[in-house]
Design a protein around this ligand. Structure first.
Ligand SMILES: [Cu+2]
Length: 167
C-alpha cells in the first residue's frame, strides 16, 4: 500500500499527540496526584447528617486554627445550607480575613450541583453520594458570589451565596 508522504506525516502527528496526551494524563494522575474533588469519599445522600461535617450544628464557617477555616455546606435543590445564624436565619454570607486558608467541604442531598466562588479558584462539582473538598487561600479582598454552575432544575438561578474577604 502506498501512503503519500503528507499522509504519513499526519498519521505520525496524530498518533504521536494521542500518545503524548496519555503520558500527560498518567503523569498528572500518578505522579502529581490529580484526582476528582470527591476523593472518592462516599456518603449516604439520604442521610448526610450521619456524617460529622454535615450535622446541622456543624454547617457553615468555623475557625479551626489561627487563619485556618473550614466551611461545611449541604447543597440541595435549590439552596446552599450554611446553617443558621444567631437569630435563627439561614446564613447566606460568610466572612473570612484576607490571607486565610479555607477548606470547603460540600455534599449534595439530591442531584448534581456546582459550587463556584466566582473570582477565586474554587470550582467544584457536587455529586450526591460524594464529599467534595477544596482548600484555598483567600488572597484578594472583596465580595465573591457563590454560584451553582450545574443546571439542577427550575430554580437553579436562585442557588447563590456570598463569600466576603476583608482586610
Ligand atoms: Cu444549580
Amino acid at each position: 500500500m502506498h501512503l503519500h508522504k503528507f499522509e504519513k506525516v499526519w498519521l505520525i502527528f496524530g498518533m504521536g499527540s494521542l500518545a503524548l496526551f496519555l503520558v500527560i494524563l498518567g503523569f498528572a494522575a500518578f505522579w502529581k496526584g490529580t484526582h476528582p474533588q470527591s476523593h472518592i469519599e462516599t456518603i449516604d445522600p439520604e442521610n448526610v447528617e450521619a456524617h460529622d461535617s454535615f450535622k446541622p450544628e456543624n454547617l457553615g464557617l468555623r475557625e479551626v486554627a489561627d487563619g485556618k477555616y473550614i466551611v461545611n455546606i449541604v447543597a440541595s435543590a435549590f439552596n446552599y445550607d450554611f446553617g443558621m445564624d444567631a437569630d435563627g436565619k439561614p446564613v447566606k454570607k460568610i466572612r473570612v480575613p484576607k490571607g486565610s486558608t479555607v477548606l470547603f467541604q460540600i455534599t449534595s442531598k439530591d442531584v448534581v450541583h456546582g459550587f463556584q466562588v466566582a473570582g477565586t479558584n474554587v470550582n467544584m462539582m457536587v455529586e450526591p453520594g460524594h464529599v467534595s473538598r477544596l482548600e484555598t487561600e483567600m488572597k484578594n479582598v472583596g465580595e465573591f458570589t457563590v454560584v451553582c454552575n450545574e443546571y439542577c432544575g427550575i430554580a437553579h438561578h436562585q442557588m447563590f451565596a456570598t463569600v466576603e474577604v476583608y482586610e
